[in-house]
Design a protein around this ligand. Structure first.
Ligand code: F6R
Length: 611
């Protein structure tokens, strides 16, 4: 989704802004632009498409040197992706410019009112009204911050907003529902929607909260509420290092992130298991034993890949805790008047911690007094800060748009949470705990075995680059992995793929089977094995192509399948981890054979901050 960076200091602003925009590319965008001070005027340069195109345009300009500026990558919501609709947007007289993330819900009402006053709009965006409105007040008061404050009182919707005027060395920043951080450097300040944009310049940041506004000058920053009351904010130190957000020799971030999984799982487990006493140690849990005892239900809310993790969470939590678990798409949850109360635990799972639908679900749950437990990857993100308590998944920055390592670490976190609650409620035996801990500890080595199959998976993938459709089939705890496999493939290769419980296939999707239709079966050795074999036979009988993800040494599967990817033998509940790695690699290599833009698939955004 849209990305923001701003700079004020003593250095050349443009290289910093462009570099920041490049760091934000992974979020997904369709156009971009910068605005700087230029000889007592504001200069805006924009481009449809990539940042390299913007750079080319900037190079054509002579003598651009400014030490203050704002910049933006746009992911179109209102108005097609073109140069005019790209941010920054000028006010009607070019005296100020804005960049905006989020959506102004009442923009057409404001636009109409302003048009009646004679204002002429140039873009189809909702954001342009902010520039016009702020300027209207600015012309009266010559106080930029006051003007922004006044404008915000008339705006409904969400915003991460930066405002720059031609005659003041200051950037005004405001936030509601769209993340903004202020980076504090030495005699310089940065503003961004995402830490990766400023990581190489400073690690000291302030997270702006909703309904806060900041005025940043060369020497100072001042944060106030929308009622202009001063707020003292804590300065946080970002722990992420620069090499974590670089490709380190891999062709794509996605591939790097797939291969990072063994190490990231170790990070997720590190310090959280007390081996001596066989106990789980989680720091961020503020809920009492009493609360856990009285839980009437657990609801997990999430979107996309995180929702698939939630589906697996249901299997795990219900099995050990014997508490009913509902899994909801976050976007649906708030609209169905969910039956929850102060004894309900709502678990919100999110990689980015900024997903608008998940945040809205949390808000709904909070209104109904449920307790919110966040399983979040991005430290300091809005969901992390909005939850009552939670755990960080510790997958590190995930740059590839398709989620991979974040998913496996979410799953590890769910296992840890299950053990934690199970121990609190004495619902998990010593023996079960030992087995689970043992399985969790073995994950990195087991995953490495699948990663070592990557050459073979690449070869299999080459045969399917021209396929138009795929079916993904799995049962039980591996049904969500079938969904995840299908999602990965469609996201990055644009091949249509559907995931189903294997047995459901005969209730409809079987009509699709012919000699061109590949079906990916997840078939580990477990109690569902024979049933899945029957489903495979049904496909075979209709001439379909079968790719199996099966347990090493399974000769029967070799005979039934056109292609087989072997994964190591494991306790069924933990096969999800190795199966999903095979799925990720299969999708990755199919997309790579098709020369797709894997890290930045069309139309997708890494962090979906609009509802
Ligand atoms: C898929 C993917 C998305 C996200 C979804 C939720 O690869 O990345 O489906 O899982 O947009 O995002 P988070 O987890 O950031 O809330």
């Amino acid at each position: 989704m849209c990305g923001i960076i701003g700079y004020i200091g003593k250095k050349e602003a443009i290289p910093i802004l462009i570099n920041g925009l490049k760091r934000l590319e992974y979020r997904g965008y369709d156009s971009c632009g910068v605005c700087i001070h230029d000889n007592n005027l504001l200069k805006i340069i924009k481009a449809k498409g990539k940042i390299v195109d913007l750079e080319k345009r900037i190079k054509k300009e002579n003598n651009l040197n400014s030490t203050i500026g704002i910049a933006h990558t746009r992911w179109a919501t209102h108005g097609i992706p073109n140069e005019i609709n790209a941010h920054p947007h000028f006010s009607e007289d070019n005296n100020l410019a804005i960049v905006h993330n989020g959506i102004i819900e009442n923009y057409d009402t404001i636009k109409l009112l302003l048009q009646k006053e004679g204002y002429v709009f140039k873009t189809q965006t909702d954001s342009e009204v902010i520039a016009f409105l702020v300027n209207k007040f600015y012309k009266k008061s010559n106080n930029l911050k006051d003007a922004v404050l006044k404008a915000l009182t008339q705006i409904t919707g969400t915003y991460g907003l930066l405002v720059l005027s031609k005659d003041k060395r200051e950037i005004i920043v405001a936030r509601k529902g769209s993340p903004i951080i202020i980076g504090i450097g030495k005699n310089e300040f940065f503003v961004a929607s995402d830490t990766s944009a400023i990581l190489e310049y400073t690690k000291n940041v302030i997270y702006l909260d909703d309904f806060e506004i900041a005025k940043i000058t060369d020497t100072n920053y001042e944060i106030t509420s929308l009622k202009n009351q001063k707020i003292n904010k804590e300065i946080h130190k970002i722990k992420t290092s620069l090499d974590q957000i670089e490709k380190s020799g891999y062709k794509h971030f996605m591939l790097k992130e797939i291969f990072e999984q063994p190490e990231k799982i170790k990070d997720a487990l590190s310090g959280r298991i007390d081996f001596k006493n066989n106990r789980i140690v989680l720091g961020g849990i503020c809920l009492t034993k009493e609360f856990f005892k009285n839980i009437n239900k657990i609801v997990i809310v999430a979107c996309g890949t995180s929702w698939h993790c939630a589906l697996i969470g249901k299997f795990v939590l219900e099995k050990y805790l014997r508490i009913s678990v509902e899994v909801d798409y976050a976007s649906e949850f708030r609209y169905r008047n969910p039956i929850i109360d102060e004894n309900s635990l709502v678990i919100a799972i999110s990689q980015s911690g900024e997903t608008a639908d998940t945040l809205a679900a949390i808000k709904e749950a909070k209104e109904k007094k449920a307790k919110i437990f966040g399983i979040v990857n991005v430290v300091g993100s809005t969901i992390a800060r909005t939850s009552d308590c939670g755990i960080y998944t510790r997958a590190g920055p995930e740059i590839g748009v398709a989620s991979t390592k974040a998913f496996t670490n979410q799953l590890v976190s769910l296992w840890l949470l299950t053990l934690f609650i199970g121990q609190k409620l004495n619902k998990i035996t010593e023996k079960e705990t030992k087995e689970i801990i043992n399985n969790l500890n073995n994950l990195p080595e087991k995953i490495k075995i699948v990663l070592n199959e990557s050459k073979k998976i690449k070869e299999i993938a080459s045969k399917f680059k021209n396929s138009k459709n795929f079916l993904y089939l799995g049962r039980g705890i591996n049904y969500p992995i079938a969904l995840e496999g299908a999602l990965k493939l469609k996201e990055i290769s644009y091949i249509h793929a559907e995931g189903y419980p294997a047995a459901e296939m005969k209730h409809g999707p079987i009509a699709l089977i012919d000699k061109n239709m590949p079906s990916v079966f997840i078939i580990n050795k477990n109690k569902n094995y024979d049933k899945i074999i029957s489903n495979m036979q049904e496909i075979k009988a209709r001439g379909g192509i079968i790719i199996s993800i099966a347990t090493k040494g399974d000769e029967q599967i070799l005979k039934l399948s056109d292609h087989t990817i072997f994964v190591p033998k494991m306790d069924t509940q933990f096969t999800t981890f190795v199966n999903v790695i095979a799925m990720q690699l299969l999708a990755y290599y199919i997309a790579d054979h098709k020369n797709c833009e894997i890290d930045k698939p069309r139309n997708l955004a890494k962090s979906v901050t609009v509802e």
